[in-house]
Ligand binder design. Structure first.
Ligand SMILES: CSCCC(=O)C(=O)COP(=O)(O)O
Ligand SMILES: [Mg+2]
Length: 255
């Protein structure tokens, strides 16, 4: 796949404008995509049918079934049909909210019994701590559910990092990551102007969507990423160390 800017992408606030909030992707940016694909996804895939059977009738089971029925436009789908849809989404890595909610539920048990951990690259805790010291807000935006994101950072290879993170956005609270409107929703929630918000991701289409919403962007392509270091239209970093010293926002005017 070649990296080309989307036609019609408007010019952005130049990098260098004061940054008041950093929003970070997980898979491929702050954590290992390989860990997500070879550890977390298979762990959940194997347990989908068992989880549905074990939690039948509970409110979270009902929410997941209702979500699958809505997404598949099949209001009468039963548990077996829902399991089939969830398996198909898992196999194709479809970012469907009911699958993401269920994966989060299943992973929670694995984190609790110590089978699973979240993978966070070594440079991430220091970057988050530096931005906190500089008064820059730090939020995560991933297709994984908010609960799954929180668990990933709470049970990371660097210990519990949740104290360094101000909040989390997912498909249900913001929307799909390749849609500019999702970034507009996050801007409204954070009450930070788009031009003062920096998005970090490994996926060009996500960065293009954030840029279309007026955000600053930087691509993160880890050295082991087979896609290489070129992401058209966005500055590219191999880790977060080059982003430690973001230009801080001036303090708000006195009332
Ligand atoms: C710990 S959240 C799991 C990541 C996930 O489920 C996923 O689909 C990756 O999404 P991202 O938006 O972080 O690329
Ligand atoms: Mg990613």
């Amino acid at each position: 796949m070649t990296d080309r800017p989307l036609p019609g992408t408007p010019p952005r606030t130049p990098v260098g404008a004061p940054v008041r909030a950093v929003v970070l992707d997980i898979e491929g940016t702050t954590g290992s995509a390989d860990h997500v694909h070879t550890v977390l996804f298979p762990y959940a895939r194997k347990r989908i049918a068992g989880w549905l059977a074990d939690h039948r009738g509970e409110p979270r089971w009902t929410a997941i079934l209702d979500g699958v029925r809505t997404e598949t436009h099949a209001p009468d789908l039963d548990e077996a049909g829902a399991a089939e849809a969830l398996h198909a989404w898992a196999d194709a890595d479809v970012k469907a909210a009911p699958l993401k909610a269920l994966q989060g539920e299943i992973w929670a048990a694995g984190y609790a019994d110590g089978t699973l951990h979240g993978h966070v690259y070594d440079d991430v805790p220091e970057a988050l701590a530096r931005w906190r010291t500089a008064g820059i807000a730090r939020h995560i935006y991933s297709s994984g559910s908010v609960a799954a994101q929180h668990d990933w950072f709470a049970h990371s290879n660097h210990g519990d990092l949740t104290g360094l993170i101000d909040g989390y956005f997912d498909l249900t609270t913001a929307g799909p990551k390749r849609e500019p409107d999702s970034y507009r929703t996050i801007s409204r929630t954070l009450a930070v102007p788009p031009g003062h918000t920096l998005f970090l991701s490994d996926v060009r289409e996500e960065l293009d969507a954030a840029a279309a919403a007026g955000w600053q962007t930087a691509a993160v392509r880890r050295p082991d990423d087979p896609r290489g270091r070129s992401v058209a239209g966005h500055p590219v970093h191999g880790d977060l160390t080059g982003l430690h010293h973001l230009p801080p926002a001036p303090p708000p005017p006195a009332a």
